[in-house]
Design a protein around this ligand. Structure first.
Ligand code: ADP
Ligand code: MG
Length: 323
């Protein structure tokens, strides 16, 4: 089991940021309203994720670390229409195969909490402990038992930046959850969880962007959008400032990017990569999800119509605004 788990783990855990993403998604799925992500040395030596969600029932704990064990299995098509982010049941088994994992968790119904330690897929201990409701995962020494993979990690600074990015996208996807991100004992991000998206933009992107947002709230026969377009003056070299969320999930889509950039281009008479923060609601049937453990490829039906409608929306919004 150990070897198979290690191989499977490679699919899910590429680097520390994958651990953060999977564990935070689990916290979100657990109904948490506050999530703290703490890392040391870019997550290579330590990742600690604490949530105030449902907790894991004592009797379910060892099972949760088995491969393909999920309490939320749904079909892949459901992925974008249901609230739960996890569905493969691979994260905990993969992470525990390649790191030292400590779990402290308590549900509302259990009288005491549990402290469970598993390292390289081997259960080390399972004891009772006093704990608040919710879950804490501590993940240490990523790839301690696969030195070849450990060598492929970048510097702690770079790995830490990847994690900061992931936490920002997760915070933006869930303005209703309070996120705290601490790196090497310094708080880097703390969102209120009160759904004020402009505040979030301010915290993550700073005043210049936050003070030049164009509101978008549009409903078409194909989709609903709300969010913001950035003022079209700041030049950027890439799509890093384009944020698209579909049904609560951060995604990248060349169709969405292209149509929006073309809308800007039509207005500006030159190409630029804008700041965008757009939350889309699509009917599940309009999207084809090709699921791979680490990335999500989206395909839309009605490509041409989506392109045209977005393009028009952007051009209208920019034209109606006094700049
Ligand atoms: P998946 O998320 O695909 O179901 P995971 O391996 O990520 O699979 O998690 C396995 C199971 O462990 C989940 O289905 C869930 O029941 C439980 N779990 C993991 N993390 C948490 C958490 N933070 N709070 C509550 N339950 C959790
Ligand atoms: Mg999961």
């Amino acid at each position: 089991r150990e070897t198979i788990d290690k191989i499977a783990a490679g699919e899910v855990v590429e680097r520390p940021k994958s651990v953060v993403k999977e564990l935070v998604e689990n916290s979100i799925d657990s109904g948490a309203t506050a999530i703290t992500v703490e890392i040391k040395e870019g997550g290579i030596s330590l990742i600690r994720i604490t949530d105030n969600g449902s907790g894991i029932k004592k009797s379910d704990i060892p099972i949760a670390f088995l491969r393909h064990s999920t309490s939320k299995i749904k079909t892949a098509e459901d992925l974008l229409s249901v609230s739960s982010l996890g569905f493969r049941g691979e994260a905990l088994s993969s992470i525990s195969a390649i790191a030292r994992v400590e779990l402290i968790t308590k549900t509302y119904d259990d009288l005491t909490g549990t402290r469970y330690i598993i390292e390289g897929s081997k259960e080390i201990s399972n004891t009772e402990i006093g704990a608040p409701e919710g879950t804490t995962f501590i993940v240490k020494d990523i790839f301690f038992n696969t030195p070849a993979r450990r060598k492929f990690l970048k510097s702690p600074t770079t790995e830490g930046n990847y994690i900061a990015d992931v936490v920002e996208k997760l915070a933006l996807s869930h303005p209703d959850i309070s996120f705290k991100f601490i790196s090497n004992n310094k708080t880097k991000l703390h969102t209120s969880g009160n759904s004020n998206i402009k505040d979030l933009v301010y915290q993550i992107y700073g005043r210049e962007i936050a003070s030049s947002l164009i509101d978008v709230e549009v409903e078409t026969p194909l989709f609903k959008i709300n969010g913001f377009l950035g003022k079209p003056i700041i030049t950027r070299g890439n799509r890093n400032y384009e944020n698209y969320f579909i049904n609560g999930r951060y995604i990248k889509s060349s169709l969405l990017s292209k149509s929006i950039e073309d809308g800007y281009k039509n207005y500006l008479m030159q190409h630029q990569y804008p700041f965008t923060l757009l939350y889309f609601d699509f009917e599940g049937s309009m999207i084809d999800v090709n699921v791979h453990p680490t990335k999500m490829e989206l395909r839309f039906s009605h490509n041409e119509e989506i392109y045209q409608q977005l393009y028009d929306i952007v051009f209208d919004k920019l034209s109606n605004r006094e700049l």
